[in-house]
Design a protein around this ligand. Structure first.
Ligand code: SF4
Ligand code: SF4
Length: 172
C-alpha cells in the first residue's frame, strides 16, 4: 500500500540517518584505504532487487531477541517488508516488500523508498567476492582494474585464459 504522509515523514528521517551512517562508514573505509570494489555498469530497471530485498544486520540485532524484534517490527511497519527467510550465520534477513507489484514490477512508494533500496548494490561491493543478482546491470570492478588488465594483456596469455582472469578478478 502506498505510503501516507506520516510514513513518508518517518522514512525521510530514517533516510537521513541512513545517509549519515553510510557517509561516516565510507569515509572510514577511504581513510583506512580498504579495498572496496567500484560500481560499473548501469541499472536496467529490471526490479530484481525488489523481489526479495535483503539486509545484513549487526550481530547484536541477530543475537539479542528485543533488538531483533524491534528491527523486524521496523521493517514490517515502516518499510513494509515482512520476513521470509534468514541466513543466521551471515546475519542476513530476507523480506517480501508490500510496495512491490510483481505484475507491473513497479514500486508504489518509490519517492519514499528506504535507504537500502537506493543504495543497492553498493554494500555488496564490500564483500570479498561480490555477487550481484542475476541479470543486474551493475557489476563489481576492481579499483585497480586498468593497470591489472594492462599487465595481463602484456603477458600474451591465450584469449580464453585472459577472459577468465578478467572475469574472476573483476577487471571488466
Ligand atoms: S537488480 Fe540491478 S539492474 Fe535490476 S533494478 Fe536492481 S539495481 Fe537495477
Ligand atoms: S520499497 Fe520499493 S524500491 Fe524498495 S524493495 Fe520495495 S518496491 Fe523495491
Amino acid at each position: 500500500m502506498r505510503d501516507g504522509v506520516l510514513l513518508r515523514a518517518v522514512k525521510a528521517v530514517a533516510l537521513l540517518t541512513f545517509r549519515v551512517d553510510l557517509g561516516v562508514h565510507r569515509l572510514r573505509q577511504r581513510l583506512r584505504r580498504e579495498h572496496v570494489y567500484v560500481l560499473g555498469g548501469d541499472c536496467r530497471r529490471c526490479a530484481r532487487c525488489c523481489e526479495a530485498p535483503a539486509l545484513r544486520a549487526g550481530p547484536w540485532i541477530a543475537r539479542l531477541p528485543p533488538a531483533r524484534r524491534l528491527f523486524l517490527w521496523w521493517q514490517e511497519r515502516v518499510n513494509g517488508w515482512s520476513l521470509t527467510g534468514e541466513d543466521k550465520a551471515q546475519h542476513v534477513f530476507v523480506f517480501r516488500c508490500s510496495h512491490f507489484d510483481p505484475a507491473t514490477r513497479l514500486c508504489d512508494s518509490y519517492e519514499s523508498r528506504p535507504g537500502p533500496c537506493r543504495d543497492y548494490p553498493r554494500l555488496v561491493l564490500e564483500q570479498a567476492r561480490p555477487e550481484l543478482l542475476p541479470g543486474c546491470g551493475y557489476r563489481p570492478v576492481s579499483p585497480r582494474a586498468i593497470p591489472l588488465r594492462r599487465e595481463l594483456e602484456a603477458r600474451g596469455l591465450p584469449p580464453e585464459v585472459l577472459a577468465r582472469l578478467v572475469k574472476e578478478l573483476y577487471l571488466e
